[in-house]
Design a protein around this ligand. Structure first.
Ligand SMILES: [Fe+2]
Ligand SMILES: [Fe+2]
Length: 363
């Protein structure tokens, strides 16, 4: 099992401004898409549901939620050592992914303004929420004398192009997995307040309802596009995105076991619970979900994670060696890369659960 925690030392661009984490496959990404294709979407198949969700977003239930209370006004120097580094890493990753959502939603708002006013309005509410979330976390980072340079990040990050269909699958999943991540952490700390070493966690209960509503919006969008759930290709895509999102989650949680330990959370149990709940929730949107109870499922996820951790350690080991060592590095990494591919494939071929057949019971 993964024990090590290769959380890097805090790097700074200039005093108090944190250098963004090194970009790897697992760091939160910045996305762009085909805006014209989104504008041309026919929403009539789920128009009623979409309008209902947009009304919920418009209500802005959390408009007074993200206000820092008295408990923040103190020194946080007593959070030190590994706990401090792991917590800052958590803040940085969370802030980057909230900000990534904001940028995508803001751009969708702008580009759809005249072509698809209903969607533009929805994305405006989503951007509003993500800006609040990112801003709130950035203020928390200031308590540790750091802030993420969001302007620098906007200009210097590379943007990954995803077609609208992929955006809908992945953002739906990331909103729902975000909901479960926050609420499970909140419920645990509610029972064990002795582990709540910083007040941010107290905000997660209402915060995660924003993510839940964002997920509901993407669910309505997905169901309004029958080609995203009503054919064999959609079934394969749904499986693919479930496997990749859950595998990524496993890797990021298990390699940060120390952070979860600092909150009194067992990283393995937490990962399993988040995956199982998100998978069950996805039955409302996706034509298939994964069989997380299959005896090979979790072990394959964790083996992927182990291989990935070893790959990361090799990157660190070879980082300061001369270029000639890249050949050794490649052959050193090859069996590990084959291992990751093999177990991803193993996960993909486990027979999924057909949710369309049971949709009546799910609703
Ligand atoms: Fe968010
Ligand atoms: Fe969100």
């Amino acid at each position: 099992m993964v024990q090590a925690n290769p959380v890097s030392q805090t790097g700074k661009l200039k005093s108090g401004v944190k250098a963004p984490v090194q970009e790897t496959l697992l760091t939160p990404r910045f996305y762009t898409t085909d805006f014209d294709k989104v504008a041309q979407m026919d929403l009539s198949a789920d128009d009623k549901e979409l309008r209902a969700v947009i009304q919920e977003l418009k209500a802005d239930y959390n408009r007074h939620h993200f206000i820092r209370d008295e408990e923040f006004k103190q020194s946080w120097e007593h959070i030190d050592g590994q706990t401090r580094l792991a917590f800052i890493d958590f803040l940085e990753r969370s802030c980057t992914s909230e900000f990534s959502g904001f940028l995508l939603f803001k751009e969708l708002t702008r580009r759809l303004k005249n072509k698809s006013p209903l969607l533009s309005e929805a994305f405006e509410y989503l951007a509003r929420d993500e800006a609040r979330h990112a801003g709130f976390i950035n203020k928390a980072m200031a308590d540790f004398n750091l802030s993420l340079d969001l302007g620098y990040l906007t200009k210097n990050r590379t943007y990954t192009f995803f077609p609208p269909e992929w955006i809908i699958y992945t953002v739906y999943l990331s909103e729902k997995i975000g909901y479960w991540r926050y609420i499970i952490m909140f419920r645990h700390l509610e029972k064990r307040p002795d582990y709540q070493y910083y007040p941010l966690f107290r905000y997660f209960e209402n915060w995660c309802q924003d993510e839940n509503r964002h997920g509901d919006f993407f669910k309505a969008l997905l169901r309004s596009q029958p080609q995203l759930w009503d054919n064999w290709k959609a079934r394969l895509w749904a499986r693919f995105f479930l496997v990749t999102v859950f595998a990524t989650h496993t890797l990021t949680v298990l390699e940060r076991a120390n952070f979860y330990k600092s909150l009194g959370i067992d990283a393995r149990q937490y990962n399993i619970q988040v995956i199982e709940e998100t998978n069950k929730t996805s039955a409302r949107a996706f034509p298939v979900i994964l069989d997380t109870q299959h005896p090979a499922f979790m072990s394959a996820m964790e083996r992927c994670s182990n291989f990935n951790l070893q790959l990361k350690l090799l990157d660190i080991k070879y980082s300061n060696r001369p270029a000639i060592f890249s050949v050794f590095k490649f052959f050193h990494k090859l069996p590990l890369m084959i291992g990751v591919t093999w177990y991803m494939l193993r996960l993909f071929i486990i027979k999924p659960i057909d949710t369309e057949a049971t949709r009546q019971q799910v609703h």
